[in-house]
Write a protein that binds this ligand. Sequence first.
Ligand code: ADP
Ligand code: MG
Length: 726
Amino acid sequence: MKSTTGRQEAIAAVINYTPFVDAIDLEGETALSLYGTNVFNDKVMRELLPKSVYKSLQRTIERGDKLDFAIADAVASAMKTWALGKGVTHFTHVFYPLTSLTAEKHDSFFEPDGKGGTIAQFAGSALIQGEPDASSFPSGGIRSTFEARGYTAWDVTSPAYIYENPNGNTLCIPTAFLSWTGEALDHKTPLLRSMQALNTQAQRILKLFGHSDPGMVTATAGPEQEYFLIDRNFYFARPDLLSAGRTLFGAKPPKGQEFEDHYFGAIPERVLAFMMESEHEMYKQGIPIKTRHNEVAPGQFEIAPIYESANLSHDHQHMIMLTLQRMAAKYGMACLLHEKPFAGINGSGKHVNWSLGCKLGNLLDPGDTPHDNAQFLVFCAATIRAVHKYSTLLRSTVASTGNDHRLGANEAPPAILSIFLGEQLEDVFTQLKAGPANRSKLSGTLTVGVDTLPTLPRHAGDRNRTSPFAFTGNRFEFRAVGSSQSISWPLVVMNCVVAESLDFIATEMEREMAGDSAKLNGAVQKVLQGIAVDHSAVIFGGNGYSEEWHQEAERRGLPNLRNTVEALPALKDPANIAVLGKYQVLSEREVLSRYDIWLERYCRDINTEGMLALDIARTKILPAALTYQAQLTSLALDLKSLGKTPSTTLLDQILGMTGALEAGIASLEHELAHEDADDLLTHARHFRDKVIPAMSQIRSAADALEGVLCDEVWPLPTYQEMLFIK
Ligand code: ADP
Ligand code: MG
């Protein structure tokens, strides 16, 4: 009995694996001295650009001033000189289409010089703008194929960098991607727009607090990326992992994660070597990687950089995901970014830490003095109000096929958006509701005026892992974000809805104060009390996984959008369209196009999974079951011919399970064959309500068979093998 499936070969390959990669050659440098060496950063620009050009560029980068196109030629020329010196032959505008992957089209620097040779060219116009054909990227009906033009536009606020390959290097220029009518087709454009809106509104608040020159207010982000690593041989022996990013079959292993022995455990040697080389590459590209550790599930890990401006963090996040995947292959592994690669084992998320910073420091840091505290409370209250008021919009930003396996599934945050503040801060907001309170849970009395407010502690409470949105001392942590998704969209919505709240607060306070700075105390008090009264329902410090919370949340009127099909229609809610439009983040047409793109994506994802499940069940699992049945049958016949009475218990059991598998195959086939509904939402509901249950039906029969079939006929690498053979 020999398996023809490659599973045994995969196991053998893993066992016989010998590292083929040499230790990183630092060429006499330290990792530290290599940091940012592949980035066209401030230091390089200061060195290579004419002073006036450098200054003009800095004003755009640091103050958000309009870009002066006249400087483009000078910048392009400096970039070219710098890049050629580093072995670069090509440049590319990198952009971030709504596939949530990065896109790039490479152009050579070299052009014929007319004399039989070549000359390196890079004009300002090529730096500023590119023109990739947009027709093969999702646009949600924004453009039809006959209007295929799309433009990439240089984002000066995210520095160009070099991507190295043993065979040559490429200059990468981060860009926004727009249709020829100027509509956003990407993740970067709305992010930049939302950051601008946030800055405008935050400035009004800071002015009321008496700051004359706080500098530009920037949204900051620090994403914690979780991922799985498995040996590449297993990966290629599992068509479901290869095409859907997750396993569609697999019985629960005898040992899963219940021993809790993986979290923060010693990192296996091959994995550590992989992490170190990945980090080394990322350091060169100026990505400030900070932490690495084992996560909760076997085979699961986490990487997190230090926070940066949300825009830069977004670009770097994409580079992190790409680097992890490329580097895993080099070390003979596959990096799984899917939210739920293995049923019954923890899934992966991407906690996005978010705050606001300017020259004054972090605006969500309670600070050391009462004056800072009052300002902090205003920004904190603005966030609370925004999350409460626009909770369906925020919820929709993390809706995806993969994330449906996590949210609300007892390991990741629930699908109900609530905010964890920590005991003491929660108490402050409770007191605020009643007006100038003076209970003393905090040391000293609390009167929320500028002068008498006591210092708030930076760690205003314990951690709460069950909350989708938690205050963690000097920032909010949005924990519902999925591991494979772009962090842009959640950040866009955060920035936009908080801008709306700041706008509301600034307007109230301006009216209250009427230009008299002595009235600051009263104005702050009043606006905070109003928000505490209207929006405290979203604050919750208890166990977000519990059944009681689901009931309590319903009483509080908090929406619970359980899956993607329930969550995405929030994008069509007039209030949500209005807020994105009011701050010029996305027009109604742009929002609706995204609704279409993401709902269509949901249908495609499930359709692919359904087809894969059918294919694997029919061509791998059913034949294995039949093979073993044949073996048992001939054994029974042989025994009978010897005059024995064979036991058919096992055969009967397998016949029953095989029957269930065949029934599952028939019903999935039927559900997948249904006619396309005209309405996308109806179509999506069909996938959710009919296709997914049919897939589960097949899976339970297949997983049961895995438990009883002879190991040697089983065609797929098992959970035990994939998670534990390193
Ligand atoms: P933990 O696992 O304890 O939540 P990590 O150290 O893994 O913490 O990640 C915390 C993330 O929060 C890091 O990326 C960190 O840089 C980021 N962070 C810290 N301060 C801010 C801030 N002001 N704005 C945004 N992100 C921040
Ligand atoms: Mg965290």
